[in-house]
Design a protein around this ligand. Structure first.
Ligand SMILES: Nc1ncnc2c1ncn2[C@@H]1O[C@H](COP(=O)(O)OP(=O)(O)O)[C@@H](O)[C@H]1O
Ligand SMILES: [Mg+2]
Length: 376
């Protein structure tokens, strides 16, 4: 029995998953129609959870093999290949004995051993990173195995922009080459770096140009949260006014994780039989800024002063316009227009700021609040 229905860590069982009905229908339909998708949004908007939610829907959950590969931590083609192979094996293990064996045998280029775990007696695939000597070759074997699977496959590479940081320069072309020849697999490429993903998928010079449908994941709507939160507070004999939910939603800039986390705390601090007090809100938000501040401090320590100054200036303004103009420069005692320009370029690349219709802002609201407290 769950003690808090607003789950902030780990898997979210379907009944505790808020909304995303249209989005999931759309994604499932596109994938089953044979399209590949690039799913983008700022961090913590709910991409990874949405993909897993889609995997739990029909027909994906029964008629497909669905693989989810998070490549955030990978730094080379070798690690990519290793993570991919390992994850495919682990998924097949739970779905089909036959396919698992087929897959293990297909990977001839690695001396992986298929054995049995001494304790659990479950099949075990011992593959270590060092076994992947020739990643291009192994990758070829993985894709060929998927092509021969007895069900269609869906593969998600999460945090896909990571491949742009690998030392090997041909990874995009290599993957694109495989993917366009596969008849039995469709792909989701998802990630938070708008900057890198748009370049990969929408600039003419890149191999993935025009090869996938671009989807931008929007925030969950306020009305959906009101229904969701009211229901779950009610199930636990607690109450929450729509106006409290609305305030949390506004302050948190409708970011899925921050709204969920706020609801989690509000729920935690409301006793059974009681109604959630709006007075809790500022305390909870302060706590969230505090909780994140070590990480933020660390991040700031990595930035040169000139970049930091511009970041503070943007955060303090909320939405900053004409950042290269004399007024902005004077107002924030910045060095020069060219220094601002260089800082903006770097901050955009790091996704610490975003630009929308000429206005710059810090997309992570809690980070923005932190910067405002320090810089304001
Ligand atoms: N539909 C949802 N309902 C409730 N909480 C959600 C939902 N989607 C995401 N979350 C919350 O937001 C957090 C971040 O989601 P995640 O999918 O990891 O974001 P992203 O992949 O876009 O960075 C999750 O850990 C969860 O707490
Ligand atoms: Mg994610």
């Amino acid at each position: 029995m769950i003690t808090n229905p607003f789950i902030i860590n780990g898997e979210i069982p379907t009944e505790y998953f808020c909304d995303r009905k249209k989005e999931s229908q759309n994604i499932v339909q596109m994938l089953t129609n044979g399209e590949n998708i690039c799913l983008m949004s700022p961090r913590r908007m709910g991409k990874s959870k949405l993909i897993q939610f889609c995997y739990a829907q029909e027909p994906l959950c029964s008629d497909y093999y669905c693989f989810y590969i998070d490549i955030y931590h990978t730094t080379s083609l070798r690690e990519f290949t290793y993570t991919f192979g390992k994850q495919v094996f682990n998924t097949l293990k739970t779905k089909s004995q036959k396919m698992m064996l087929m897959f293990a045998q297909a990977l001839r280029s690695v001396n992986a051993n298929l054995g049995f775990d001494a304790v659990t007696n479950l099949p075990k695939f011992s593959l270590s990173l060092g076994d992947v000597r020739n990643p291009e070759y192994t990758l070829d074997e993985i894709f060929s195995a998927l092509e021969q699977a007895d069900k269609p496959c869906i593969v998600c590479f999460d945090e896909f922009q990571q491949i742009a940081n690998y030392p090997e320069k041909n990874v995009e072309a290599l993957l694109r080459g495989h993917i366009q020849h596969l008849g039995n697999a469709n792909f989701v490429f998802s990630g938070s770096s708008r900057h890198l993903l748009t370049e990969m998928f929408q600039s003419y010079a890149h191999p993935f140009y025009n090869s996938t449908s671009m989807l931008v994941l929007r925030p969950i709507e306020l009305q959906e949260y009101i229904a969701f939160a009211t229901y779950w507070f009610g199930q636990f004999s607690k109450k929450i006014e729509p106006s409290v939910i609305e305030q949390a939603y506004r302050i948190m800039g409708s970011n899925t994780y921050y709204v969920q986390k706020t609801l989690h705390e509000l729920f935690e601090q409301t006793d059974k039989g009681e109604s959630c007090s709006i007075e809790l809100l500022p305390i909870i938000i302060e706590g969230m800024v505090e909780e994140q501040s070590d990480g933020y401090r660390q991040l700031l320590s990595l930035l040169p002063d000139r970049h930091k100054e511009v970041l503070f200036a943007i955060a303090v303004e909320g939405e900053a316009e004409k950042v290269m103009g004399q007024q902005f420069i004077r107002r924030h005692s910045l060095a020069s227009a060219s220094a601002v320009q260089a800082a903006i370029k770097k901050l955009l690349e790091m996704d610490l700021i975003t630009m929308n219709e000429g206005k710059y802002s810090v997309p992570d609201v809690v980070f923005r609040m932190y910067l405002q407290r320090l810089g304001g």
